[in-house]
Design a protein around this ligand. Structure first.
Ligand code: PHE
Length: 455
């Protein structure tokens, strides 16, 4: 298959396009909303350390594995397994990925909707002259209202569907080249403001000074889940994107670049949030609302805060959009290639179906806040189920599939581009795929849910 055919299959114009799209998938609310809230709930520094350890070993390996499977198969997340292992049950891994995409989109669009509300508020100068308690109050009353969060959520889903309908993602490349660096710059500026607040030191200590007494099986599982979620791995989003990657792309270095950008932005988000959390007396374990309670107060304390606020929420919206696009594309690429639907029909049908579950996720903060399963709201269940179960389990199957079924010869071929480049860590990569990752993920999961006692 030539590069031209690859382009014909999807419409990514240049080599950079798909790498940019993968980075756009990884960087999103996972970094800026989920990382701070989960790190805050799980003790800060020790969590960060474990999270980084998982990214460097398991995370980059699963990401590279997905790119390899995608490029090798030239197929969507489910078709890839069918094509590479015909007459076997491996396609079920693809099914799991499609379910995961479904679940993640449902609750992700809730938070993306909150982002739109905050953009709207920022534009209308709605945060000005309010103190921390009032900002928190604003968040609570918005969250508990019924219609508004739903309207924003559906609007966001509509935006995602509109991009997916337009063929693929021509705009994403421009976003990643221009808007993502701008987002990083804004975050850096906000970090400076945050760390120079009175009392900021406590926040930095919380984030960077590990308190090992905080580590429990659950904390380790949360760190693993966050690594998978943030890197967009374990469900085939990157198999789907990998299928559009050209033959001469150096997959290992592409993987490292994306992992570095993703992790760097998460850490920056932590530096932006936690000093302010402590300076303003917010509880670090405030949960899903953490960044929405803190960010507006940071803007208030900055010269030019109005304009920073507007741009920040605008860029965050775009970052969320490039992630939801990758999620919906998993489902749509599958429906087009396997169910032989038109792109239009697949997009409309699945965006609508996912929205039904999405509405339940959003209502978890209002009408359905008392409706609990396993002691958690619908939203929390979807969040937990996808990050801590579906993605890591998908990861186990992906590494086993590449490590054992496709095997070392194909792996070597793909990472060295048929022997034309070298990969120093090839042996370690294969060892992680075959042994370390599957065993570690399973142990972390079982320990996290308390199978070995403790917690
Ligand atoms: N990684 C994305 C984020 O950080 C979320 C995502 C998860 C996207 C899984 C695709 C697949 O926002």
């Amino acid at each position: 298959m030539t590069g031209n055919n690859v382009a014909a299959r999807d419409g990514f114009s240049s080599k950079f396009g798909v790498v940019a799209a993968a980075a756009g998938s990884a960087v999103g609310l996972g970094n800026i909303w989920r990382f701070p809230y989960v790190a805050g709930e799980n003790g800060g520094g020790a969590f960060l350390l474990i999270y980084l350890g998982f990214i460097l070993t398991i995370g980059v390996s699963v990401m590279l594995a997905e790119f390899i499977i995608g490029r090798r198969s030239q197929s969507n997340a489910l078709g890839a397994f069918k094509k590479l292992a015909p007459s076997s049950l491996w396609w079920l891994v693809g099914v799991m990925g499609i379910i995961a995409a479904f679940v993640i989109l449902a609750f992700y669009t809730t938070i993306a909707g909150w982002t739109l509300e905050y953009l709207f508020q920022a534009i209308g100068n709605g945060f000005s002259a309010k103190n921390a308690a009032e900002i928190s109050g604003m968040f609570d009353s918005f969250q508990h209202s019924t219609a508004r969060p739903l309207i924003w959520q559906l609007l966001f889903m509509g935006l995602t569907a509109a991009v997916i309908l337009g063929g693929v993602q021509k705009g994403i490349e421009k976003y990643t080249k221009l808007l993502m660096p701008m987002l990083v710059l804004l975050i850096v500026i906000m970090c400076v403001r945050s760390v120079t607040l009175d009392g900021a030191g406590e926040g930095l200590k919380f984030l960077f000074k590990p308190d090992f007494s905080k580590i429990t099986g659950n904390v380790v599982l949360e760190a693993l889940g966050q690594a998978f979620f943030s890197m967009s791995i374990g469900m085939g989003a990157l198999i789907t994107y990998g299928s559009y990657v050209q033959k001469d792309n150096r997959l290992p270095s592409t993987t490292f670049q994306i992992a570095l950008a993703d992790t760097g932005i998460a850490i920056l988000a932590g530096v932006m949030i936690f000093p302010a959390v402590f300076a303003f007396g917010v509880q670090p374990d405030a949960g899903t609302g953490l960044v929405f309670q803190v960010l507006p107060i940071i803007f208030q304390q900055m010269p030019g805060g109005y304009i920073f606020g507007v741009f920040f929420f605008l860029l965050l919206t775009v970052a969320a959009l490039t992630s939801t696009i990758s999620l919906l594309e998993v489902v749509v690429a599958w429906a087009i290639e396997e169910l032989k639907m038109t792109r239009r029909k697949a997009t409309i049908l699945f965006a609508a179906a996912i929205s039904v579950l999405g509405v339940l996720a959003t209502l978890s903060f209002s009408e359905l806040s008392e409706f609990k399963l396993f002691g958690k709201t619908i939203f929390d269940n979807l969040d937990w189920l996808s990050a801590n179960l579906l993605l890591p389990l998908g990861g186990v199957f992906i590494v086993i599939f590449l490590g054992w079924i496709l095997g070392p010869k194909i792996i070597a071929d793909e990472v060295t581009n048929q022997g034309t480049i070298k990969m120093k860590l090839l042996k370690i990569f294969i060892f992680i795929l075959r042994y370390l990752a599957p065993i570690a993920i399973l142990l972390v999961f079982l320990n996290g849910i308390g199978v070995f006692g403790g917690n």
